[in-house]
Design a protein around this ligand. Structure first.
Ligand SMILES: [Zn+2]
Ligand SMILES: [Zn+2]
Length: 448
């Protein structure tokens, strides 16, 4: 027991949902991520923290500020009031915005009578937990506060997924554990590719694109060319292009791409409207991005944002970036799309993943009948195209990460079962680890 390491998946294990993992290191306990799986009309799915009753939780470490890794943090703190929260400075700043915003979204749904479920936490709970944040930069090993004798050292590595996203390295009594969080090995438009430690003993990795066989062959330049062609065509028609985007990550990446395309004169200098929650997130990027990557200027995105007063000043031709990325009903991207679908001059460019059950998902699938139903339109006339600009490593990148890290044990998470299955098979075939584990939810696994 003294030197034993055990692992327990508290959140989803066979799909992407509420991420949360518990590590017990002797008499110490660490929770990695506290995610939520929001549901527009039903109650959100929250990890079953009560399962850890009687077990120590000294630290909650948040890998990045997307809700599937962060959204149930206030609930976790009800169960583990003595734990401190560890994250990078950017994740701390972004988490504050994301948690208050998610609470507002829940309150609005209750107000619009779209759900009978009350918000799953209170504003005061967010107010309080912000005081528990302990932030540390990348590549800066630290100890858990007040538990120096635990001999646990933690280090954040740049995960390349969104601003502040971290791979989490834990070292204890000669054993190294590395949790990837969400990771992107190759560079995006703003973010640099992920950095990993030289090696590890136990690897807990995401597998988001494990079952996507085409992703490794899609090259960014050709996707950019397709997008350029799509935008130019719509502009020639005198139309506008809607790009539904996640507020955190995708908005900023696509904004910088569009800005570059305009300055390189690859697309005409049309107005670029940014509407929705991405505006708030941009301010954090503008405040912190240049501190992480010194060759960026401060206020990078502010210099790019054109007119954000979409409702008052909208004119065509133009490009609109609007939340939500999944185009949930009552969001700006959903409302604009309902309008745009009817006009053949317009276009909708889908640049990010969307759950197949959401309106954005039905657009991605191109199911005409379903699109008509979901968006309440009689006919679809506008241009519609899907592009691949992922913030996750594709499966060959994941395999090469394992090759680099050479772990003894690998735990596969954050992906569909088919993704995990492909990864397991491939890792076994290449003999890249002694043991590859597909954890069952709530199954305690002894490691090391
Ligand atoms: Zn993420
Ligand atoms: Zn995620």
């Amino acid at each position: 027991m003294k030197n034993e390491i055990t692992y327990l998946a508290l959140g989803e294990t066979s799909r992407i949902g509420a991420s949360s993992h518990y590590l017990r290191l002797g008499r110490w306990g660490i929770l990695l991520d506290a995610g939520i799986d929001p549901h527009p009309s039903a109650a959100p799915v929250v990890p079953e923290y009560e399962r850890l009753k009687g077990q120590p939780v000294n630290a909650v470490i948040i890998s990045h500020a997307h809700l599937d890794h962060l959204g149930s943090l206030p609930i976790a703190l009800r169960h583990f009031p003595e734990a401190r929260i560890y994250l990078t400075p950017a994740t701390a700043a972004l988490s504050e915005i994301m948690l208050y915003h998610y609470l507002k979204v829940q309150e609005r749904r209750v107000h619009l009578e779209r759900t009978r479920y009350q918000p799953c936490y209170l504003e005061q709970e967010i107010d309080h937990l912000l005081f528990l944040f302990q932030s540390f930069a990348y590549n800066f090993p630290f100890k858990i506060h007040g538990f120096q004798e635990s001999e646990i050292t933690i280090q954040f590595w740049d995960a390349g997924h969104i601003l502040g996203s971290a791979g989490i390295e834990i070292r204890w009594k000669g054993t190294r554990i590395f949790y990837t969080g969400n990771t992107k090995k190759s560079p995006q438009f703003i973010l640099r590719g992920a950095k990993y430690p030289a090696g590890t003993d136990i690897l807990i990795t995401e597998t988001t694109y494990g079952d996507n066989e085409t992703a490794p062959f899609i090259k960014r330049p050709s996707e950019i060319n397709r997008l350029v062609h799509f935008i130019k065509e719509r502009i020639q028609f005198g139309g506008a292009i809607l790009i539904p985007v996640f507020a955190l990550g995708r908005t900023q990446e696509i904004m910088l791409l569009l800005h570059r395309l305009i300055t390189q004169q690859k697309i005409p200098p049309v107005p670029l409207y940014l509407i929705g929650m991405g505006i708030k997130i941009n301010r954090i990027y503008d405040r912190l991005l240049h501190k992480i990557y010194p060759d960026y200027k401060a206020k990078l995105l502010k210099t790019i944002t054109g007119d954000t007063l979409y409702r008052k000043k909208f004119r065509k031709p133009s490009i609109i970036l609007a939340t939500s990325g999944m185009m949930m009903p009552n969001t700006l991207s959903y409302e604009i799309a309902s309008d745009f679908l009817l006009d053949r001059r317009n276009g909708i460019a889908l640049v990010g993943w969307a759950d197949p059950e959401t309106p954005g998902g039905s657009l991605r699938q191109g199911n005409q009948q379903k699109i008509r139903e979901v968006f309440g339109v009689e006919d679809i006339h506008c241009g519609l195209e899907t592009f691949y600009f992922s913030a996750h490593s594709h499966r060959e990148e994941l395999i090469s990460m394992v090759e680099q890290l050479r772990p003894r044990q690998v735990i596969l998470c954050h992906g569909e079962l088919s993704s995990q299955g492909w990864m397991k098979e491939r890792l076994e075939e290449k003999r890249l680890a002694e043991q590859i584990i597909l954890p069952e939810k709530h199954q305690e696994i002894t490691l090391g």
